[in-house]
Unconditional design. Sequence first.
Length: 244
Amino acid sequence: MKKIMRLAIPLVFWLSVWALAALAVGQDLLLPGPLAVGGRLLALAGTADFWLSVGATLCRVFLGLLWGTLAGVALAFATHFFPWADRLISPAIRVVRATPVVSFILLVYLWVARSAIPWVIAGLMVLPVVWGALSAGLDGMDEKWLEFARVYRFSRLKTLRLVCLPALRPHFSAGLLTAFGLAWKSGVAAEVLCPPARAIGSRIQQAKLGLETPDLFAWTLTIVVLSLALEGLFRTALERGNRS
């Protein structure tokens, strides 16, 4: 009951603030109220196009998360164990991390198909985060455990499994959780600026151009709900993996 109250009280408070603000404005074109937005969300959720758009966006985000994570892991190990790789690759990754996402969206738009832009951008945002988290974990690894593995003549695979992975798991989990949020936001942003045929970002762009403010709020609410739900599931899965 306490957990329910901790969730319900802030929700009711901010919904009330939203409703009062909408009532004060008095125009759905400028600020629709919660009931208007909820009605449009229910109406949209009853269409096949809604679920096709949501599914397409999720596929692009997870594809970007996948390739960005794999690339980040590979580059983290390469830059840690090979000095020449560190000198060549680390500056480029730092440039990617410092460059605004909108710049990458506009550049990638020139090079790849429109439908591929969101997952390419999502992966580019994920890569530096995973690389940075794993690099920090590798740099902070206890040399005593590595020396222990050498003394007892562990194979490389056994050293990786029994020494490296347990030490890196917390860093990887934290980096992956942050990377997921970035993949979601950057992927949808790319969809808005370079709208594919079916995507949440495309529907947001259409609602904005058509001045359909309740639809704009409904699609934005969809993004927020999906992001919070998926992040919660993701966090739970990572915590269970860390305990196992």
